[in-house]
Design a protein around this ligand. Sequence first.
Ligand code: V55
Ligand code: FE
Length: 492
Amino acid sequence: MAVDFSSDPTARGFFAPNRFEADVFDCEVSGKIPTDIDGAFYRVGGEWMYPPMFKDDSVFNTDGHVAMFRIKDGNCDFKNRFVRTPRYQAERKARKQLFGYYRQPAADDPSVRHIKDRTVANTNMLAHGGKLFALKEDTLPYEMDPNTLETKGPYDFKGKYKSPTFTAHPKMDERTGELITWGYEATGPASNDIFFYWIDARGNVKREVRFKAPYVSMIHDIALSPKHIIIPIYGMVTSKERLAEGKIHWGWDTRLPTYYGVLPRDGEAKDVRWFKGPERAIVHTFNAVDHPDGRLVMEAAISDSNPFPFFPDVEGKPFDGPKARTTARRITFDLNSKDDGFKEELLFQEAPGALCRIDDRYIGQDYRYGFMSYSDAGRPFDEKRGGNLRGRVSNCIGQFDFKANKLKSYFVGDTHSLNECCFVPRNASNGEEGDGYLVAVVSDYGDMRSEFVIVDAKSMEEAARVKLPFRVSMQVHGIWASSKQLPLVEPV
Ligand code: V55
Ligand code: FE
């Protein structure tokens, strides 16, 4: 049977599947790409190679599709490829969808029951130890060739990484090149075991700490301070019963408290301290800082309840739009107090967004700036050219100054929506925080094509805009890797 997306009303217009792989040499550019950039922006997201088995499945179950914008000498070359996961290969061979719900094998076709690794590798990229990986939190990193984007396969750090799962948000400390990473559901689906790992700059696993979460939840991101690791636990839950019933992996439980585990960066399992508060979702973090008076302060993008409509409420309650609104917030823990509470403050409420970034060289260090694509309802939107998407676009990038409490913005355009932004250090940078550019892929609903913008991270003014001749797939996350971090060949 031929591929047919016509019964899916969401697979239309800008959101119609592309399903192809492309190379665009020497892309169209307006403005000037700064010549003090040499490296590649890698992004990953998903495309349904074949229509999903279930109409109410999660977009997080789409086949991983990686793209590369190689920037050098003021030029940009583009390439994108599907990740050749066992799942994608099996689908291609059968020319149809063979897999059921997101992280739920119950409905998989009998012909693929032997494929235990059901990953779609669609969530984030990682450059570490000279290697490039595509990540999804349900399995090991998938190594990719940084120049051709060929898939090499799962990587277990020479057998020393023992969790079958690996987060999509590992944290690298720039000063040492050390990666702090973890897997949750680390002893099998719906287990509350968390394994943390410290992996050195050459990819050797140096340390492992195992402990248990208060309940089984999506541990998508953590925050690192110079001395601590903060591990949010919130009501996005699963259980062995839920999985046995064949339901999609996650459900939202409004009744559960939020916990934050605080583990000293040199600590052991017995040192984890749990702080407790009301219902929240903490999917992504900016960073965290330790103060001399014992306060540990984290900035993160937080919502009051479930941010993902495709993961249903466990009691059948309707999705609560206003409570899904995600904003930058500051969480303060007093490590000198015996109290297990914490303080939460709203920051930049006028700039809702969920995809927090910082100058990655400052991960786990004292820092000042956050960067985030956000939605400014007060900006113009041209409905004649852009369609009915007013109010549903990420039309600005914010430079959030967390020390001075100031917001500086870049507006991308009146038929446009930004994917997550990413900080790119200037080549000649002396390491000063925020000295560089912000890059982001943009959907232009007017021209029905995708763009790649480069913005000065200090002035927040646009330097250049690369125009692709087509739409690219939905993005989850992206990274910048310089030609010093990965063995990038000269573009030809
Ligand atoms: C997220 C995304 C995922 C996933 C789990 O944004 C969490 C959060 C794209 O896949 O599997
Ligand atoms: Fe994420």
